[in-house]
Write a protein of this length. Sequence first.
Length: 317
Amino acid sequence: MSTVAAGPARTPVAPGAPTTGRRGLGRAAAAEERAAYVFLAPWLVGLLFTVVPFGVSLYLAFTDYNLLQSPNWIGLENFGRLEDDPKVATSTRVTLVYTFISVPVSLVSALAVAMLLNKGVRGLKFYRSVFYLPSLIGTSVAIVMLWRSIFGHDGIVNGFLGLFGIPGPGWVTDPDWALLTLVTLSVWSFGASMVIFLAGLRQIPVMYYEAASVDGAGWWRQLRSITLPLLSPVIFFNLVLGLIGSLQTFTQGFVFSGGSGGPAESTLFYNLYLYQQGFQRFDMGYASALAWVMFVVIAFFTALNFLVSKYWVFYDD
């Protein structure tokens, strides 16, 4: 009597039930992949319009190019010019002074207003909108021109000081006050940071403050031991964005000084000097070198912030 080896048991399939084989799974995966590329297409196109100019500007940084002739390779000569150009040092100093004054003052002002609004005042939505409105308007050309008019010799600020017999300085024409006037414009538009701070404050559990009050901790101790540590990730976020934005300042100095960086180069921001070299003198090679130095500086400060953040930024874990 012969014996037939039994094969693997098969599960009966009901008539009309869907079957999924390898071929079906492959088609589903391919369809999902195509859909992913369709949704990624806008980002990929935007990346193309970013990477290509980056590469071209890096190439031009090593050339002598003035838009009227083909780029001529000169190596590191453009970067060597940076050391001998006094306006590079001046514009760097102006930009750093503006950054290291406006960013801390803006953060402190935004946090202070957010803490006041977090107290549950009436009309919270109205006040939040009022303080956020300047950041929506931003530092556009019209706003900078308005600011220049307000702080002009016969502007509202000097008119108000004159009511108390105080002679107002030349906010626009005096080199000692021009940069400070632009700092006030930067602080005035702290609304975006304020809204982010307010959202962060709303995430801190009230029971922490209640327990601290029971233990006798005052407002200052609660601020140091509860608010600032738990809000440190939000502070770090606003700090990084503020530094990057301030180091790239251009519109304020251009409109305020008419593109000259005056008075006496007191508002000659680094990006404004870069613009002068590239679009007024058409020295595109040197302007590209200036742009890449700025890119490296911004990357350095950003990396430094992330490096030291582990010492003062506290997360839930």
